[in-house]
Every structure is written in C-alpha cells, then in structure tokens.
Design a protein around this ligand. Structure first.
Ligand code: SAH
Ligand code: SF4
Ligand code: F3S
Length: 468
C-alpha cells in the first residue's frame, strides 16, 4: 500500500476512535485518561510524541505519567537489561491498578517488543496486557487501538522490518519551543554488543524535502531548536534515490528562516566527514556540541566491538574537530566490561578520556543482549571486576569534565530556557549551545526564550548563572 493511502486509512481509524472515546466518556462521565511512559533514547521520546498526538486527536485526556489512567502505554527500550527489568517491575504494579479499574487498558510498544522472547514472557506472565506492537508499525497505532477496544484478549502486532515511512500523522510535542526530527530510522552498523539494529531494522533515510517541510512547519509553530535524530546521522542520505550527504542536509536546514539552533544525534566516528566539520565550523545555527561515542579506547576491543576505527584514528579525529571548532563541547558514550576487556584495555580508555577532555561522558556497564555476536563470546567479564573498572573510569570522567566545563566560568553565553528548575521555583534551567545546563534566577515567562547569561559558578557538569 502506498504511504499516502496509508495516511488516509489511519485518519479514518482516528475518526472511529473518536466515536469509541465518546462512548467511553458517556459511560464514565469524563473523557478516558491516558499515560504514555517512555524509556530509552530520543528516538523513543519522539515516537511517544507521535503516539500522544494520536491519542489526543482522538479525544483521550492526557494524564501525564499517572499510571492510574484508563489507558497506559509503555514505550520500551532494550539497549541494556536494566531497561527491561524496569518495565517488568512496573507492569506488576499496573496489574493492581487494573484490578480496581476494569475498563483500564494496558499497551506495550517500542524496542523491547521486537524481541520474540519478550513477547513469550508477556503472554505467559503478564496476561492482563491488552495490546503489544513494535517499532516498525507505530503509524498503525490508531488502527490497533480500535481493534483493542472492539475485541477481547491480547492483540500482538509485531513486524520484523519495514521500508515504509508514513508522513504527516499527528504529533504532540513535549516542548513548544524545541523538537526532535527523525531524519533516518534503523541502523546498519551491527556493533557486536548492540541490539538496536535487530529491534529498529535496517537504515532508511527520509527524503530531505519531507524533513525540511516538517521543520518549516515546526518553526511556524514556535520551534526555535531542532534535534535531527538518527542512530548514525553521518550515513544519512546514502541510500536515497537521489543521494545527499548529512553535511548537505545541514546546509539546507540552516537556511530555514526563524530556526535558531540545530542539534543532531548520534555521530558514528567512522563516518564523520571533513565536509561535516567544515559545515559546522561556518554555521551560525549548528550548536557547538558533538556527541561522538568512543565505546572503548582499546583498539583491540574496538575491533571486537566492530566499531571500525582505532584508538589513534579516534584521537586524531577529535583533535581535528577541536582545532577547527575550538569552542565545541565533545561528549561520549563508553562501555565497560565488554567480553575480554582487561584492566589494561580500560587504561587505554582512560588515556583517551584524558587526551580528548570530554565535557561529559555516559559510562555504561556492558549488558549482554541475546542474539548479538558479543553475547556468544566466551570470555564474558566478571561483574565485580567490571564495576571496579567502571568506578575507575567514572572518576576520571568527572575530574576531566569538571576541569573542562569550568573553563567557561565568567563567560557570557546564550541559553535557551527550557523549564522551571524542578528543585527550586525561583530558578529556570536553560541549555547553552554546547549543551551545558545553566540554572539562573527567573520565572516561567522566560521559557522558550534565548537569553544571555553570565556563567558564575561551575558545579561539575552544569552552571549557576545570572541574566545580563
Ligand atoms: N547509535 C548510537 C547509540 C545507540 S545506544 C551510537 O552508535 O552511538 C546508546 C549507547 O548505549 C551506546 O553508545 C553504547 O554506549 C550503549 N550501549 C549499547 N549497547 C550496549 C550494551 N549491550 N551494553 C552496554 N551499553 C550499551
Ligand atoms: Fe548500536 Fe552501533 Fe548502531 Fe549505535 S551504531 S545503534 S551502537 S549498532
Ligand atoms: Fe533503547 Fe531502542 Fe533507543 S533500544 S536506546 S529505545 S533505539
């Protein structure tokens, strides 16, 4: 079916859903409430905005993350096992709520649902779940909801992969002033530890004209900052009928009037081109931040991880970026405890952290993911050893980041104000171009504005500041 006619079909289901919502409202005396709870990365967060868009369009009432709602949806992540465990834990609690509210419906979607073993477990141990779908068919959400309300028993609809990209379904943004934009879906890299290519499918890029049109619409609706999303944005556009590079796409996005800031996630070091560095260097809108996942500083481990760069190549790349764009902040992801990793390998990782001087780094203990090549490796690392190494790395990350971030003390920089400080109502929280957070005195009227602040006091990864 063509993607246009699929859109028409789904809009018809939204209309049918509206009738179901009306019937439920008449029965209960109020519109049915919903909660969408999101685990995982920005991709999932963006998917949730699409799911919420459909629910609100159909007339459901947004109840935040209140799990005592008439409809609860978990959008799950499976990148590490602790993400899965959280979902199972919370499902147990949900069952209690459902016993008290017999009209309640429970649905699960997202990356975890793409694993057959998970589906088996839900069928067996969580029979109170009503609907399960995966990452490839979220555009069918309205249709699936209609089926759920019109039938009894668990509905499972999981696709192995898809080449369809359905445009123009409703979306409800979490922030009025900033938005994620999918520029591509899936991943073809198969890093040996990673489950994402198995649960998100093969790499597919959106047409540049669709991306530009979406951003233009967002800007007209008040968005000043966009984040272009893909598992490996540096390989964007290679497989389109009319190939275009990520650097070229950025140049087009830059031209959009009214757009103030451009971010993107994530860059794989192996595909980061000189053109991209050049475009970033001359851009007035691309933020001074690059997230460049290292994973390991040991060339031996990197080869086992199938990352396709060496320690030396990574350091040379980071150095080139810092030379060309001196005020850029570099952040990274690091995995500790990959099969066969020794203390010497971790020393190499620490050496890279010291040389590159990251502004922030996310460190993860390796988690064995069923079906990935690394899960079948025989030399899995002892957990206690991995935790020791993790602590060692974390200490260096914190020390170098503090040193690096504190270099900005006293400077005056622009922040985009994002929210009231959750711990102190007299403060607002904003983000610098380089992604560092700043808390400063202000009220909710400032949210969404780009303002100048003086960076007064560095607190490790963030600042206290004042408006100037
Ligand atoms: N596409 C992005 C990252 C996706 S997952 C990239 O390539 O950088 C986000 C991070 O989770 C990864 O960078 C990696 O550090 C971590 N990660 C992925 N699989 C993992 C696993 N099995 N165990 C621990 N951390 C993992
Ligand atoms: Fe996973 Fe590697 Fe793809 Fe990132 S690039 S999503 S780490 S396989
Ligand atoms: Fe998790 Fe899926 Fe993102 S596994 S990290 S939510 S792509």
């Amino acid at each position: 079916m063509s993607e246009k006619s699929e859109l028409i079909r789904q809009n018809e289901y939204i209309e049918r859903l509206k009738q179901i919502v009306t019937d439920l409202s008449n029965k209960k005396g109020h519109a049915p409430t919903f909660a969408v709870i999101t685990f995982g990365c920005q991709m999932n967060a963006r998917d949730s905005e699409k799911l919420i868009g459909i629910l609100e369009k159909a007339g459901f009432m947004n109840n935040g993350e209140n799990e005592k709602s008439d409809f609860v949806l978990y959008n799950t992540c499976t990148v590490r096992d602790n993400a899965n465990q959280k979902v199972y834990g919370r499902l147990g609690v949900l069952n209690g709520h459902k016993k008290k509210n017999p009209d309640m419906k429970i649905a699960l979607c997202g990356c975890m649902m793409q694993e057959p073993s998970v589906i088996e477990k839900i069928r067996k141990s969580y029979p109170f779940v009503d609907l399960v779908f995966g990452t490839h068919n979220i555009f069918k959400f309205a249709e699936l909801l209609v089926r759920m309300y019109e039938s009894k028993g668990l509905i499972v609809d999981i696709w192995k992969d898809t080449d369809q990209i359905v445009e123009d379904l409703p979306v409800k943004r979490k922030y009025p002033f900033k938005s994620g934009i999918n520029i591509m879906f899936g991943c073809n890299n198969f890093c040996s530890y990673c489950i994402v290519p198995y649960v998100r499918g093969r790499e597919r890029s959106r047409e540049p004209k669709d991306i530009i049109r979406e951003i233009e619409t967002l800007v007209a609706d008040g968005v000043v900052e966009v984040m272009l999303l893909g598992q490996n944005v540096n390989s964007y556009g290679k497989n389109l009928e009319n190939p275009i590079s990520f650097a070229e796409l950025l140049k087009e996005v830059e031209k959009i009037e009214g757009l103030r800031r451009i971010r993107f996630m994530t860059s794989h070091p192996k595909d980061l081109s000189d053109d991209l560095i050049e475009v970033m260097k001359h851009s007035k809108k691309i933020c001074r931040h690059l997230h460049l996942p290292l994973q390991s500083g040991s060339s031996r481990i990197l080869a086992q991880m199938n990352r396709r760069y060496t320690k030396e190549q990574y350091i040379a790349l980071a150095k080139k970026i810092r030379e060309e764009i001196p005020d850029i902040a570099l952040t990274t992801d690091i995995i500790i405890g990959f099969p066969g990793e020794t203390a010497e390998d971790v020393d190499e990782t620490i050496d890279v952290i010291r040389q590159v001087q990251y502004d922030n780094a996310f460190t993860f203990i390796y988690s064995k993911r069923t079906g990935t090549p690394a899960a079948a490796m025989e030399n899995q690392v002892d957990e206690a050893f991995a935790h020791e190494q993790f602590d060692r790395v974390l200490k260096v990350v914190q020390d170098t980041a503090r040193e690096r971030v504190s270099l900005l003390e006293g400077r005056i920089m622009e922040v985009l104000v994002e929210e009231l400080n959750p711990h102190d109502d007299d403060l607002v929280t904003g983000r610098l171009s380089n992604n560092i957070l700043v808390h400063f005195p202000g009220d909710s009227t400032l949210i969404g504005q780009i303002l100048k602040v003086r960076l007064k006091e560095c607190r490790g990864f963030y600042y206290y500041g004042e408006r100037v």
